[in-house]
Write a protein that binds this ligand. Structure first.
Ligand SMILES: [Zn+2]
Length: 227
């Protein structure tokens, strides 16, 4: 077996035309990256239907579909991790060093007093997360700025676990209706309600579970972005 000419980067549903045979109306296509003779990524991604991708790789369609799904799941996981890091740390990026250090070491207890500098780590985490979401290898960039944060109402149960996360509606009347319903629900289960800002609902859970200082900066960042 020679070096394969392609590597599978993911599977997308925003391209419905096979870049190989031109067939249209495909439910999803496989993102293939060309490789040079040494096996390095070389050029830009093409989108093939599963059957043309299978021919190009000399694989079965089943193996193509499985590999593409796994590659996509890995990308989605990286994106989710990036959204969580940005939702936690972007609001403290310009906070006083003392606050930044408290937020960082609060989440990374084992690095306290090891010489790992919180300021540098936060900058590094944010740079990596932004690069992940700005990456357009197989599709458009994903939102990553504080201006892209949305608000989420989080209901905690009485044990401190999250029982529900819902996006806060833009419209004021609907927002108030949701806030009242959330409070009623929290009262019923003897829990509590919190509103946090984040890039998605998964990241909102992280912010909601974070310490008070992280949530304080989260609220400040939301206000500053919507002043
Ligand atoms: Zn095709």
């Amino acid at each position: 077996m020679g070096i394969p000419k392609w590597t599978i980067k993911g599977i997308v549903d925003d391209f419905d035309e096979c870049g190989c045979c031109g067939r249209r109306g495909l439910k999803r296509t496989v993102a293939l990256m060309p490789l040079d003779a040494d096996g390095n990524e070389d050029g830009s991604v093409v989108y093939y239907g599963t059957s043309c991708a299978a021919t190009a790789l000399s694989w079965t369609q089943g193996k193509v579909a499985d590999t593409a799904r796994a590659a996509q799941a890995e990308r989605d996981q990286r994106d989710d991790y990036a959204r969580r890091m940005i939702s936690i740390y972007a609001p403290v990026e310009f906070a006083p060093v003392r606050d930044k250090a408290r937020v960082y070491y609060g989440r990374n207890q084992s690095q306290r007093d090891t010489g790992v500098k919180a300021t540098e780590e936060v900058a590094k985490l944010l740079a990596e997360a932004r690069a992940t979401l700005a990456d357009t290898t197989i599709g458009p960039a994903r939102p990553w700025r504080i201006e892209d944060f949305r608000r989420y109402v989080v209901i905690f149960n009485r044990d401190g676990g999250i029982s529900l996360v819902r996006r806060v509606p833009e419209e004021e009347a609907k927002r108030q209706e949701q806030a009242a319903a959330a409070q009623r629900r929290a009262d019923e289960i003897r829990g509590s309600v919190l509103v946090v800002a984040a890039l998605n609902a998964e990241a909102a859970r992280d912010v909601a579970y974070a310490d008070e200082l992280t949530r304080e900066w989260n609220a400040k960042a939301w206000q500053a972005a919507h002043a």
